[in-house]
Ligand binder design. Sequence first.
Ligand SMILES: [Zn+2]
Ligand SMILES: [Zn+2]
Length: 153
Amino acid sequence: MRINVAKAIRQTGETFSFESTELFSDQTLGERTISFAEPVAVSGTYVYDGKAFTLSGKVTASVNTTCARCTKTFVERIAFSFSERFVKGTDEASDNETYPYSGDELLLDKAVLDNLFLELPIASVCREDCKGLCPVCGADRNTTTCDCTTEEA
Ligand SMILES: [Zn+2]
Ligand SMILES: [Zn+2]
């Protein structure tokens, strides 16, 4: 996911808008593998201040997720806004608060994914009232009823 910012470099202080869509490959996050069900869509604005770019965007992503209660897989939609600075070269960008760029293109992948990982819930449920699996027989309580008795601790 890259945007050409040649115009913005020539017109310091002016705000430009962009839109970009890309299907990301699977991402590894700790023990998890994040796989995308649909292309990730990003739209927003960027402005060059003579030194760096400030880019603000809205992201919508659909991630394949496993329900923490019933273990069913489902697609979870995640939408969020983010704002990051892109600094030319690598020196300043190694401080973790900005992203590097070179030439007249901003590469958005890392900024988008970093922010997406922050937005991902640690545990997702397929629906608010998911009844989960029976801890005794493993039956999906959303679709079947079983006769097990579970003692509440
Ligand atoms: Zn569920
Ligand atoms: Zn049961």
